[in-house]
Design a protein around this ligand. Structure first.
Ligand code: SSN
Length: 485
């Protein structure tokens, strides 16, 4: 499909009751292509009244959806997997247009994102329970699982499809209804996904999508309504804390996938080729705009210059450009504000004494491009060693001993992902256990997998998405006490 036909095929209203409708206010907002600054589409701008209407529907159909046989729910998810896969080119181009990532990465996200639908279609029919006889012989214990009820998903702009399917898949599999508030920069992918769900037979009202420029008010309206039973959020730790405080009022179930500052540790016994390949993935995947991105590259001093030189060569060879051009290996940053915050981190580090090995600047002209960058010799107190960069900037710091490397890796309030490279099995086992992170990659630069539990510890969040753990986030445990046999 060409760009015009594709954009014309995407619904631009709110998704409510199984169809695309305008906001009750009649207001819309523009979605911008970050590679050109041009408007791609105008979408409906949801209000608190729209949010109430979506929750009315989610609550009205909740019991029917929960009572729908698991096999039927599984088949709808499986059909959605097939339909998204059949339209992989459309989803990929749409993500490249609204988010900026290069087409091969968008295609990778379609595979990754669709897989959550297939994975949870398989989990839907395996929601178990258990029975036991009370040890004192006083009765029988039956443990059953029940859907938590209407859920709210708040999804980020960096993975417009996969961060949605990672929440929608388990919610629908468990028998929950769901309202999605997509990121304001990237609502189109989610609206197309909702249309696909309707085409494969998802009953109206089970899934709603509310794009909005007024997230605090719209989300606040939903969070204050006691019919909402769960919120699942992927985004910054700051916003996560606000949501957790709001969730306390109605004692909501919460899943929080929050900020990260992943350490990427290279020991002197690492295979340097593997470590450089791993760093390119862990740092430059998705243009560095990933919560799992290597934020602090910690390299043992004996190999630091060799590693830095090779990484610099690879980063310097990256071609910046629009994601749809075959020659581009890295696209634009999502918007001007985000690009400005990356530039500020780099400028401050350089002013404090860091060395720019390559890159380091915004690219002049249309769009929000930033040069892929390697910084070395970063002083201890530079903000870039603490804050999440969320861009294509590799910040390298040296260390001397294993203990020092691990201590530096753990010296953060975050605990999402961590990576390390070593060829020593004993060190691999030791360090994997010592790193304070919900996910650890050993000699690997990408850890994301729909079949694995994704989640952080410390201020990186609560709960797991994906794996057999993911569906449990959408299920309550009920104990039924039965008389003794
Ligand atoms: O940015 C957060 C998600 C990254 C991933 O799922 O690999």
């Amino acid at each position: 499909m060409n760009v015009t036909d594709l954009l014309n095929s995407v619904p631009t209203g709110l998704w409510q009751g199984g169809r695309s409708v305008p906001s009750e206010s009649g207001r819309t907002f523009d979605v911008v292509n970050p590679a050109t600054g041009e408007v791609l589409a105008s979408v409906a701008n949801a209000t608190p009244a729209d949010a109430r209407a979506a929750l009315d529907m989610a609550a009205t159909v909740a019991d029917d959806w929960a009572a729908t046989p698991a096999r039927t729910r599984a088949e709808i998810l499986r059909a959605a997997f097939e339909a998204v896969t059949a339209r992989a080119d459309d989803f990929a181009l749409l993500m490249t247009l609204e988010m900026g990532k290069v087409l091969p990465e968008s295609r990778g996200e379609v595979t990754y994102g669709a897989e959550f639908l297939r994975w949870f279609s398989e989990e839907a029919v395996r929601i178990g329970g258990r029975t036991a006889t009370a040890p004192a012989g006083t009765g029988e214990i039956a443990v059953v699982k029940e859907p938590v009820g209407p859920c709210l998903a708040i999804t980020p702009w960096n993975f417009p499809l996969a961060m949605g399917t990672r929440k929608i898949g388990p919610a629908l599999a468990a028998g929950c209804t769901m309202i999605v508030k997509p990121a304001e920069d990237t609502p189109l992918t989610m609206l197309l996904l909702a249309q696909v769900f309707a085409e494969v037979g998802l009953p109206p009202g089970v899934l709603s999508v509310l794009p909005t420029l007024d997230a605090p008010t719209v989300v606040g309206e939903l969070m204050a309504d006691e019919r909402l039973r769960k919120v699942s959020f992927t985004g910054s730790t700051g916003v996560g804390k606000i949501l957790l405080a709001q969730a306390a009022n109605n004692v909501l179930r919460t899943s929080m996938e929050l900020g990260g500052s992943a350490p990427f540790v290279v020991f002197d016994d690492a295979d340097l080729d593997k470590a450089v390949d791993g760093a390119m993935l862990a740092k430059m995947r998705n243009g560095g705009e990933a919560c799992t991105a290597a934020n602090r590259i910690l390299v043992q001093n004996g190999i630091r210059e060799a590693f830095t030189a090779r990484l610099t060569e690879r980063v310097a060879s990256m071609r910046v450009g629009p994601g749809w051009e075959e020659t581009s290996s890295i696209g634009p940053i999502i918007n001007a504000k985000q690009r400005g915050s990356i530039a500020a981190l780099v400028d401050e580090a350089v002013a404090a004494g860091a060395t720019v090995r390559t890159g380091g600047k915004q690219v002049d002209g249309a769009g929000f491009f930033f040069e892929p960058t390697v910084l070395d010799g970063i002083p201890d107190d530079a903000r870039i060693r603490r804050d999440e960069i969320f861009g294509p900037v590799a910040a390298i710091v040296g260390f001397d001993t294993e203990e020092e490397g691990v201590a530096m890796a753990n010296d953060t309030e975050y605990g999402l992902a961590a990576y390390f490279f070593t060829e020593n099995v004993g060190r691999a086992q030791r360090v994997a256990r010592k790193l304070q992170a919900g996910m650890v990659g050993v000699n690997r630069g990408v850890i994301s997998d729909p079949a694995a539990p994704f989640g952080g510890i410390k201020q990186s969040g609560l709960g797991s998405e994906g794996g057999s753990e993911g569906i449990q986030e959408y299920l309550n445990t009920k104990y039924i006490a039965l008389p003794a046999l």
